[in-house]
Design a binder for this molecule. Structure first.
Ligand code: CUA
Length: 178
């Protein structure tokens, strides 16, 4: 059966009561959500104070290598020999995302702050820290800085959560907090 046209001038007809109730509920909910954004930005505990700067992948790779040369404590991953870096508290820490790995592995201290810099060397990747709920897009050419203070020790997983090609699913790493 086809939908029949409304009779008369439909927008002049009175609102049905339930429709009015739902419009009011939806409006109130919209307003709650709207004011939650600034509220959560100020009082939420998981807002990343983030900054981003345009920068060249080569420069970023050089800074990463300099950091590794200074603060490498061991290697992991068997033949892959991925350096594990323990940078001093308060320092700038670099993490490279590239097809299909995170480089290097970071070891941080609980209760200390770090400026973590993220950049992709090729195309879009996603930084997802598990089991914490932190998700950041990692772009080539942008140095994305997060000021973080790990609150509890443990071994966290870093997972790429932007599809980046055939080995996307292998793009995983760790983050140690001592
Ligand atoms: Cu990198 Cu998916």
């Amino acid at each position: 059966m086809a939908i029949s046209s409304p009779t008369g001038v439909w927008w002049r007809q009175p609102l049905e009561r339930t429709e009015l109730v739902w419009i009011v509920i939806a409006l109130v909910w919209c307003l709650i959500m709207f004011f939650m954004m600034p509220y959560w930005h100020i009082y939420g505990e998981q807002n990343l104070a983030n900054e981003a700067y345009r920068s060249k992948p080569e420069d970023f790779a050089r800074k990463t290598e300099e950091m590794i040369a200074k603060y490498k404590v061991r290697e992991e991953g068997g033949d892959l020999a991925i350096p594990v870096v323990r940078p001093p508290a308060g320092s700038d820490v670099y993490l490279i995302a590239q097809l299909w790995r995170w480089y290097p592995i970071l070891e941080l201290e609980a209760g200390k702050s770090y400026r973590i810099h993220l950049m992709s060397m090729d195309w879009l990747h996603g930084f997802s820290l598990q089991p914490e709920n932190i998700n950041i897009q990692v772009h080539p050419g942008y140095d994305h800085v997060l000021t973080v203070t790990p609150t509890k020790p443990g071994t966290f997983s870093i997972v790429c959560n932007e599809y980046c090609g055939v080995n996307h699913h292998t793009m995983v790493s760790r983050l140690y907090v001592k």
